[in-house]
Write a protein that binds this ligand. Sequence first.
Ligand SMILES: *Cc1c(COP(=O)(O)O)cnc(C)c1O
Length: 444
Amino acid sequence: MRAGEVDFGTALLKGLAPDGGLFMPSRIPVLSRERMDSLAGETTYADVAFHIISEFLGEDIDNDILHEMCRDAYNFDIPLLKINTNLYLLKLDQGPTASFKDFAARLMARLMSHYSGKLRRRLTILTATSGDTGSAVASAFHKVAGIDVIILFPAEEVSVIQRKQMTSFGENIRTIEVDGKFDDCQRFVKQAFNDSDLDHLNLTSANSINIGRLLPQSVYYIYSWLKTVYNSGNKVIFSVPSGNYGNLMGGLIAMKMGMNTNRFIIATNMNNEVPDYLKSGKYKPIVPSVNCISNAMNVGNPSNLARIIELYGGNMNEAGEIVKKPDIEKMRRDLWGCCVTDKETIETMRNFYDNYGYVIEPHGAVAWKALESYLAILPENISNGDAYISLETAHPGKFGETVKIATGVDPELPASIKEAANKKESFDSIANNYEEFKKYLMND
Ligand SMILES: *Cc1c(COP(=O)(O)O)cnc(C)c1O
């Protein structure tokens, strides 16, 4: 992770540092009380996003341009539902592809276009997806000037609707079906980045290891803190449904910026290698990952864990081994891990509907269940004035079958999915073979 010091534009466009490590902001700005007060006075999400992101980019970008990008990127609702006195559900599912990945992808697309335009260089974004990232990236970059996108997806592991959501754009978006698994797609992408024969393509990544995806994800934490307990001086505690831990990294950045919190709940499905690590102090990736109904969190060796370890003073090498121990006691104070089974996920969806009248989907249910477990062991906390916010990361309509089983309700499909269902698909197919993929790229 010794990435040297580069400016934001370079880190954004490169994705990975030259030594193969992950870029981290060299400085996380701490917002003053006055700055927070003025942020609390902002009314729209886009305005809050602009002020927070500008703290990182500073003179790197013209303020009016950045402000316009934020308005353009965040042109949808961000509902914060009060479920009970101090329990909230933050719905991050109203973007064009109905998952929280829209938050990062939409701002990143605009920032990348800006910085690549300044360099007068055409970029090719290469990304591997097991579902939601592909559609969020395709939608966010569609028709963005100066950028081509190539998305690799595994033939067997993507649902028809997920495939349709990314293969129907055309123009600067190309999709390739690989006769293999997600891990194979990810391996091709990594290999291509290190292949000097492909240098002329200016390849870059849009996976959750890109710093341009993390910063936008710190905004909704601060935004919902400002909207709940900022004025009372109480704390905010988030429950984060986690897979690759990009979302949690956004929260940790928000904490470093001065958000008043003392804890994040890490909610996982059976891929609980991180909660296990917090308990035992020994990190054991789960290989292969376990298939659970909250399928966007079926990650057994999360790529952002290296960043989290580094935030706590440790170091994890490329092979996923912890070569320098982080301050695990501090990690345990900040992070509380909880593993939720599929059975508990379904029960939570049913109870949530019965008790509060809202339909939630599996990822949001994992987070809610973890929050309930947390409050069950610390019942005195329920009425201490703090706010507990659980994140809903996808639209229930994306998981219609499971929702129906759990609640008996047929959820409304989000508009984007209805549209995608009727669109014409176009994608290429390749064998599970890097050389074939390389030939495809070379013939560009
Ligand atoms: C990607 C995703 C997650 C996991 O987020 P991470 O940042 O990888 O931890 C959770 N829920 C949904 C719906 C997702 O698409």
